[in-house]
Ligand binder design. Sequence first.
Ligand SMILES: C[S@@+](CC[C@H](N)C(=O)[O-])C[C@H]1O[C@@H](n2cnc3c(N)ncnc32)[C@H](O)[C@@H]1O
Length: 584
Amino acid sequence: MAFLWERFIADPRGDGTVPPVELIYDTWNPGDWESRFVAWNKWRKDRSIEGREFDHYRELYLRIHGAMRQASLCGIERGLGRKNIFEYWFFGQEHMPESCTGSDIYDVEINHPPLLPDRDVYISPHCKTQGNITFTFDYWAQVVHKLIDAGVTVTVGYDGFFCEDLYRHPLYRKHWGDHRAWMEEVCRHRIVACGNTGTGWLAAACGVPLLTMEPPNSQMPDHRYRECGLRNIVEVMDVPDADYCAKRLIEEVRRVNVMTAGCYDVLHAGHVRHLERSRSLGTRLVVALNSDESVRRLKGPTRPVNSQSQRKVVLEALRCVDEVRVFDGDDAIPLLKEIRPSVLTNGHGYTYDKVVGRELVEGWGGRVVITCQGDGKDEPSTTKIVTRVLRSGDIIEACRVGSAYSVNPFDKLKLAAEEFVKVESLNGDVADLGAYRGGVSLILRRLGPGKHLHLFDTWSGTPFDDELCHHKKGEWPADLGECKLLVGQDERTHYYEGVFPYSAEELRDEHKWFCFVYVDMDTYQSTRDAIKFFWPRLVQGGKLFFDDYRWEPCAGVKKAVLEAFSEGQIKVYDNLYTCVVTKL
Ligand SMILES: C[S@@+](CC[C@H](N)C(=O)[O-])C[C@H]1O[C@@H](n2cnc3c(N)ncnc32)[C@H](O)[C@@H]1O
């Protein structure tokens, strides 16, 4: 809640032209009530206190340090101690009803039961005494009737004398109480509607939403409200339009604020689903957005990807978001206290007891909702998107280099790389059958540096003729030494020179598992042998990638694959003459 005093202390004129006010403790004690009023009036007239000039802000400010002093006695509630709110209100009056003067607030026992709003609108016209004659009692009576007709509970200050016909109505209540009762009465309402009154100031100080009425020609313009920049000023009306006033009050009364907090760095479908569900739980959704600094603290120096102003603009463009507020702390508790939502929501990865601020929201009668159950493992996330984007850069770069050493086109290599990246996190090694000059192996090596990579080839060319294959024995010779130079010779890179599957003998009893096998050996027999050897050694979720499937001059590949797998198991990439079989 933006309380008057916070604003005044930080920025006295509200335009950044005056440095924060110095803190002066109020040692001055004017004594009894009578003396206080005398002093107060003198201050108003002189515009100075003990030789110091002051304006409205300082007036208020001098009330506030009282709050500092008394906080320990009264507790700090809704910004100011109640006693101070009251004291502030009391001194803020231009007009003090007789019945109030002379009473001593210091005799009032201050209790702190939770003040949950249980009534709707508090009406405080005060039009005549404040010179606010545009908003007449007749106007207020119309507003009250419209509210009652709409089923809204109304409490009318000034003893409600202008709505006599409603005295017995169950939704109606009149009020004219002592000081403490007045303050507490205001606090138990969802909104205060007033015309330039002390009740308005009381509501303002307590953080109760306020619709205030002040004509342009007001004899005592209450510009103070506007100068304060209070967040709880719903609107300042200057035309006595009872229909409009009642409509606005009803809107506010029926408002159910929902709040959620987050970084919303790269907006994705998971975010939108959460925000839409959050909004559906109320009539207004406020998103507390982590500032750039707080995102950095949470997620590291490379984040956020988008600045807070960009992120705010994107969120504000969503139909389900009504307001976006940036916060800088480690959590959004201060904002939560200010907005006091009826519903606080969290999305994936949260459990009810982990929601920050849950006790607070439930304390004022609100509820906590997890909009999307589960840990979000399979949900989109900014982190996953960023990783994927960075990864796609790696893929492009690896394929660009690899394609210089491969007979295969860039697009096919990219497909193989993307398929590999999908299973990279699984257990198991990687194999390249028909490694040739090492182009594919290089890509796999770069994208999976932690994996054991097994390269197979004769390096003297195709080992035999195959009637289904147009490549003949001895075609595709390559230099093993150059291949090793290209792909590397570390302890994770293994070369098997010779005719497969005989060259794989040493692996046969090793109980090795594989997550990705690239098969590009052209012939029926070699492809069939590859399936026979690797399929039982493939981890669940692992993939066999078959080059030349659908490539007519190498028809044996398709034959071998179709003999081993049903069509439903085979994912075909027609334009690349390729297929992938995943072990489910
Ligand atoms: C079309 S080339 C591979 C091209 C390579 N994948 C690339 O992207 O540049 C086919 C390779 O498979 C090898 N090959 C075919 N059958 C084989 C077998 N049974 N054992 C070992 N190597 C074989 C050949 O020596 C040849 O180098």
